[in-house]
Design a protein around this ligand. Sequence first.
Ligand SMILES: Cc1cc2nc3c(=O)[nH]c(=O)nc-3n(C[C@H](O)[C@H](O)[C@H](O)COP(=O)(O)OP(=O)(O)OC[C@H]3O[C@@H](n4cnc5c(N)ncnc54)[C@H](O)[C@@H]3O)c2cc1C
Length: 414
Amino acid sequence: MEHDIIIIGGGPSGLSTALHLARDFPYLAPRILILEKAHYPRPKLCAGGLVIDAEVILQRLGLDVSEVPHVDADRIHFDFEAKGLNIRIPKQHALRVIRRDEFDNWLAKNVESRGIEIREGIAVKNIIPNQNGVTVETDQGNLQAQVVVGADGSNGITRRCIFPNVPVHTARVLEVLTPTQPSPKFNVIARRAKPDEAIPSNEEIASGKNTPRNDDQRERVAYFDFFPVLTNIAGYVWDFPTQVNGEAMRCWGIYDTNIHANEKRPQLKEPLAKEMSRLGFDLNNYEIKGYPIRWFSPKNQMSVPRILLVGDAAGADPFLGEGISIALGYGALAAREIGEAFQRNEFSFNRYRRRVVRSALGQALIARWVVAHIVYLFKWKWFQVLVWRILKPVVVLLAWRFVLNWGKKMTSTL
Ligand SMILES: Cc1cc2nc3c(=O)[nH]c(=O)nc-3n(C[C@H](O)[C@H](O)[C@H](O)COP(=O)(O)OP(=O)(O)OC[C@H]3O[C@@H](n4cnc5c(N)ncnc54)[C@H](O)[C@@H]3O)c2cc1C
């Protein structure tokens, strides 16, 4: 067998698994093969918001993510109808926004620099486990491995092969990139950062003065607004600062966990169009892209003998759809599971799910699953106002204690 460990998918979860294996079990590094169907730098639909937990995990791997082009948001706003919570982290940015083509390419180069082989342009078609190993069928022939890691994302083939009939929880997500300024001809009807200020005239917008996007602070703020919850969309609209090829842009989108899939809902793009229009942007002028996110539920299955799942294939954050830090965290847990399996020469992986659920990452995922079911099921206006505008200190405290900040606790639970 040429490679003992085949990782299917070279996104953050697969690359993190490889990096953790190389760090914690260096003798396994030459025995790892990553199969990636695309070629780096490959596009990946994602807003690219990196929370602090992602940076903590990368730092522990000896990686400095500031090498990747980025925009830092100093504040995150969690709003309901344009007013709400304002989160800052003392002495540092609250959210670092990267582009995924650049970030994943950088991560892949770091993986290769540690002696791990990545084969690009190979698509896996089928995975067949047996007693002695796993056959991986690709569009370029078959490969054999002792262990396979399914890191192939929300629609991945690995999960579909090993759990063909298990229902999945999938969020729907739309994303749009725009310039930082709205088109001058479009009427601005409100101003989010300072709602009481006079609405700028079309002439002011055309001259580039006094527009919402000229507010210096806005350039460094990431917004989440939960107003769509009232219409059975179990999620929020986001608006982040970003950059594309060095040019400042905004990344907008809408996330719906689909918890209310059986109820009457507007088209997903309607609340996004409404929010963009409130800030002077016409959604019709921009390209909309969509992609699902498979989210974590405490019942999700994550392994069969010789095969385990990481990242979106195992389940991302159900509350916000945040998955990059989560994918990096799964990589750490999977590497430990695989390394120990090779030491014992026993590959049932029957304790992997327990390892995930008991870890700081797993506890944060469970907390987010609970929060999603509270915030999105109690869809009355008074409740959303209470959570986002009135109970601010309590919400921040609970979020800091149970939802965020899990990266630092990871070592103790590995
Ligand atoms: C619109 C949108 C916005 C998002 N915004 C954010 C955000 O701001 N912050 C955040 O933290 N998360 C965000 N997410 C979630 C985040 O993108 C994912 O959670 C994250 O990419 C999961 O990483 P992964 O490695 O598990 O999977 P992926 O990043 O999907 O990587 C899977 C890899 O597997 C490869 N692959 C797939 N199938 C095969 C195959 N058959 N053979 C070989 N290779 C294969 C793919 O090409 C890909 O490179 C967003 C998601 C969406 C859809």
